[in-house]
Write a protein of this length. Structure first.
Length: 163
């Protein structure tokens, strides 16, 4: 997935203000105003080129427009979007620093977040099934002790080693 995400981020896909307005439903006046209020950003491909809006900014415009259509004020929509970004950032930190493994079966997903800080003999396991998630602690299996001395030699009926 890392390579996919890297390639996706490297794509230089952007739209001008007219096309952005058409696909988002926001007017050019709204888009310019939101940019003036630093809610979105544009960029220029050339020194005197037209403003362009990246895919992430287009998604943000859709989010702002949807919230305004639902009755939010621009200030409240901006506040809610910022909270959403903060939650996403914290979730990214959790997943990138603690997730140690994922296992699946037919009905549920198991996420291993590694040892508890205050009891490192237990791993934190999240079990996700449909629309529910539950957390459990699971005892960490101690490593097998190193074998003292050499292993016994196994021989077959003819006396040859089977190891």
């Amino acid at each position: 997935m890392g390579l996919f995400n890297e390639r996706l981020r490297s794509l230089d896909i952007s739209l001008g203000i007219g096309e952005t307005s058409r696909v988002t439903g926001a007017t050019p006046t709204q888009i310019r105003y939101w940019e003036k209020k630093h809610l979105i950003q544009s960029h220029r491909h050339e020194a005197n080129g037209n403003k362009r809006y990246s895919l992430s900014n287009i998604a943000l415009i859709v989010m702002i427009k949807t919230m305004l259509d639902e009755g939010y004020t621009l200030a409240k929509a901006s506040e809610e979007i910022e909270k959403s970004h903060q939650k996403a950032d914290m979730l990214h930190v959790l997943m990138s620093t603690r997730l140690q493994g994922i296992q699946y079966d037919d009905h549920q997903t198991f996420l291993n977040f590694g040892p508890l800080e205050n009891d490192p003999s237990f791993d934190v396991i999240a079990v996700v099934q449909e629309n529910t998630a539950k957390l459990y602690k699971k005892a960490i299996q101690p490593p097998m002790p190193p074998h003292q001395g050499s292993l016994p030699e196994n021989k077959d009926d003819t006396g040859r080693s089977t190891l």
